[in-house]
Ligand binder design. Structure first.
Ligand code: EPZ
Length: 419
């Protein structure tokens, strides 16, 4: 297990290019088995979630090879429709494999993903939608068993714009007989990426990015080489790091409108932000002001994946902030670790009440989940003195070369082997 040693207090300067979006790449891995022809995903981020998806595909019998940051998936010889419980638990979001397995094999078996560090993570919306497409679903010994004679297009309404359920529906409807109209779809940019990928394979999907997506079933899909969009959550994480540390940085590769709600909040804090095409420049000088209220919502609302990071920012701003987490039940588990650094935060259910203090101080803290861990790194970068952030396995799930990129901006951060 590794840890970060961080000597806080350095301002950040420079430009950094974002990785491909973790939450775009993972569904593309799932979509790769929709064709028996080779698929190449370019510029795949060096993150453990991608390695886990590669393992899941290999378990199905696909041949998965990395050439630098490009990954080629050849599933011509894939023979299994079963995903092991170990891999499903390691990567809960692999539940969208159901849609692609059903399209490929008309059968699918995964272990019930169950909860994780940030919440219960139910999959009722996924399963109800698959039933609408003609899938029989049963559960036995902790496994979900799906089968269908054929997938038939349907009218589907999602009660909640679930990202994963929207992706599962696209993957299951893409070769279904007839047309599927999905109302209440998630509008995240990663859904648009999946639509672009599927259409490049010969699919007929339209409307991604809005709450109505239409999928015209096609008979065959072909191999494709595709470059995913850049990671807007990584970009937001770096912008918040600069807001906390002070200085001036530029993040490249992400459309400003894909994190528009964050940019609005950072301007509210007092940061100067300039955008041009896919470049976002942020300047932060002097003590910032707290955001009075931050409420996480489905896109284009404030992203839950930046909630921990922006809470860390508010810890040393002037005034107070109320942070409301609407998406996940327990996404404040990082707060006690911030309190070790001197943060003044009180959590009550889905609300966190932050009172700004002039500065945090270094401490030894433990990352408990991906975005909470990132928030601890950001807090340590701005804190007085040295911090250590333990258990980097969570951060490694979603951030490639985090310390290298931060060092390139002037941060004093080292990755140290603990055991
Ligand atoms: C995706 O998770 C992302 N993961 C998450 O990012 C992100 O936080 C989340 O969307 C919301 O934006 C990937 O894309 C791989 P949801 P997903 O289904 O699909 C409830 C990160 O840090 N729900 O939109 O699992 C659910 O409980 C990760 O990169 C149901 O009730 O999220 C939650 O409250 C964390 N029933 C809400 O919807 C269902 O069947 C949002 O879940 C499905 C979801």
């Amino acid at each position: 297990m590794d840890k970060y040693m961080i000597d806080g207090g350095r301002r950040l300067f420079g430009s950094v290019r974002m990785q491909s979006a973790k939450n775009a790449v993972l569904p593309l891995f799932a979509a790769s088995i929709l064709t028996e022809q080779p698929v190449t995903i370019r510029d795949t981020p060096a993150i453990s979630d991608a390695l886990c998806m590669a393992q899941i595909l290999r378990e199905l019998g696909a041949d998965v090879r990395f050439h630098g940051s490009d990954v080629t998936i050849d599933s011509a010889n894939a023979y299994s429709h079963k995903i092991s419980s170990a891999l499903t638990k390691e990567l809960r979001s692999s539940v969208f494999m159901l849609g692609s397995l059903l399209t490929r094999f008309h059968r699918a078996r995964i272990a019930y993903p169950g909860g994780c560090d940030i919440g219960l993570r139910p999959i009722d919306l996924h399963l109800n939608a698959l039933k609408r497409l003609g899938v029989d679903i049963s559960e036995r010994d902790g496994y979900i068993l799906c089968r269908c004679d054929k997938l038939r297009g349907a009218e589907i309404l999602l009660d909640f714009p679930s990202v994963g359920a929207t992706e599962n529906i696209l993957l299951a409807a893409i070769k279904a007989e007839g047309k599927t109209v999905l109302q209440g779809a998630a509008k995240e940019p990663e859904i648009v990426d999946l639509q672009n990928f599927l259409n490049a394979m010969g699919g007929k999907v339209s409307g991604a990015g809005t709450d109505v997506i239409e999928i015209e079933g096609v008979s065959a899909l072909k191999g494709v080489a595709y470059k995913p969009a850049k990671d807007r959550i990584e970009a937001g994480t770096f912008l918040i790091a600069a807001a906390i540390c002070g200085g001036e940085i530029e993040v490249c590769g992400v459309k400003p409108e894909n994190i528009g709600s964050l940019l609005h909040k950072l301007r509210e804090n007092g940061c100067k932000i300039h955008t041009k095409n896919d470049k976002i420049r942020l300047e932060s000088n002097g003590r910032l002001k707290c955001n009075r209220r931050i409420e996480t919502l489905p896109f284009p609302g404030f992203p839950t994946d930046l909630q921990a990071q922006v809470t860390a920012l508010n810890c040393t701003c002037e005034g107070g902030a109320l942070v409301v987490e609407n998406l996940f039940e327990t996404r404040f588990k990082y707060v006690p670790e911030l309190q070790k650094m001197g943060a003044d935060i009180e959590v009550k259910g889905r609300n966190a009440f932050v009172r700004g203090v002039p500065r945090l101080h270094g401490a030894s803290v433990v990352a408990g989940d991906l975005r909470g861990g990132a928030a601890l790194v950001l807090a340590a970068l701005g804190a007085e003195g040295v911090s250590e952030v333990l258990d980097l396995s969570h951060i490694d799930r979603g951030y490639s070369d985090l310390q290298e990129k931060l060092k390139s901006l002037g941060a004093e951060i080292k990755r140290v082997r603990v055991s």
